[in-house]
Design a protein. Structure first.
Length: 284
């Protein structure tokens, strides 16, 4: 039986997306194995707090997302409604994971600005607006009939065959929010560079800038793929960004906790933010 070029391209896109999902699962497992000792030291020896709970959710939610994506990629789903449900579940998990990762850096920016409650309220209001808009676009633009499977036997998985503007809008909103936090971090770094030139302050600023830069670059990559590519290709790096951002957020928090612990052991009078939300101070 001969297949059209479109059917072959769609099948190849599903295979490529499956490879990307499998590679991301491998990266997450590898990262977890490499940081297993440090992570369990943190979980067992740090005090329980809201931020510790945030760390746990941010750290382990991508594993659920990757498991769900691997299930979709490696199983045959002839029913478009089932694909639609699984697609919405994966999208919801992805949005939730990004939200938890971003909350870390909202709190860090809040700490850098000396716990300015007006700024915190503005950031949270903007964040909530973008969150509602992202979820609204995600669910209103997705319909069961838009999901398709491969006509070639042996090719598993399904993809959204309709327009991908909903992904474009989501990544635009995320990149705008991250650029805003980056500008706030840079402004505060310039203002307080001479006042608080401590190594911990420098590390915190570098963490923030590196995270925002990665986030914006990944968003641009996903914007271009969602606009220029078709079939499963247009969302192939969606989970890549989500998993990498979660790894960066939790790794950076773990690094700050280790530095804070070392500082206390050496008797230095310093406090790292976000070890406990109630003790975030301006020395950040």
């Amino acid at each position: 039986m001969e297949y059209s070029s479109d059917e072959i391209t769609a099948a190849r896109s599903l295979q490529f997306a499956m490879y990307v999902d499998a590679s991301m699962a491998t990266i997450w497992v590898y990262d977890y194995a490499c940081s297993l000792h440090e992570e369990w030291t943190f979980l067992l020896r740090s005090h329980w707090s809201k931020v510790k709970g945030l760390y746990i959710v941010t750290r382990y939610l991508p594993s659920i997302l990757l498991t769900a994506n691997l299930y979709v990629s490696f199983t045959s789903n002839e029913n478009s409604s089932k694909c639609w449900i699984l697609g919405n579940v994966n999208s919801s998990l992805g949005v939730a994971s990004v939200i938890f990762s971003e909350v870390f850096f909202v709190l860090r920016t809040y700490a850098l600005w000396n716990n300015n409650r007006i700024l915190l309220a503005a950031m949270l209001a903007t964040f909530l607006t973008f969150f509602v808009a992202s979820f609204s676009v995600d669910f209103t633009a997705s319909v069961p009939a838009a999901y398709a499977t491969s006509a070639i036997p042996g090719i598993t998985g399904c993809y959204n065959s309709s327009t991908s503007f909903r992904f474009f809008i989501q990544f635009i909103l995320l990149s705008v929010f991250q650029l805003g936090l980056m500008v706030l971090t840079l402004i505060r770094a310039i203002q307080s560079w001479r006042i608080n030139p401590s190594r911990l302050h420098v590390v915190l600023v570098k963490h923030n800038i590196f995270y925002y830069t990665c986030g914006v670059l990944f968003s641009l990559m996903n914007i271009f793929t969602s606009l220029l590519l078709q079939y499963a290709y247009n969302t192939m790096f969606y989970n890549f960004q989500i998993v990498i951002l979660a790894i960066l957020a939790t790794r950076m928090h773990l690094h700050l906790w280790q530095m804070n612990r070392h500082a206390h052991r050496s008797g230095a009078l310093v406090c790292i933010p976000m070890t406990d939300m109630s003790s975030v101070n301006s020395t950040a």
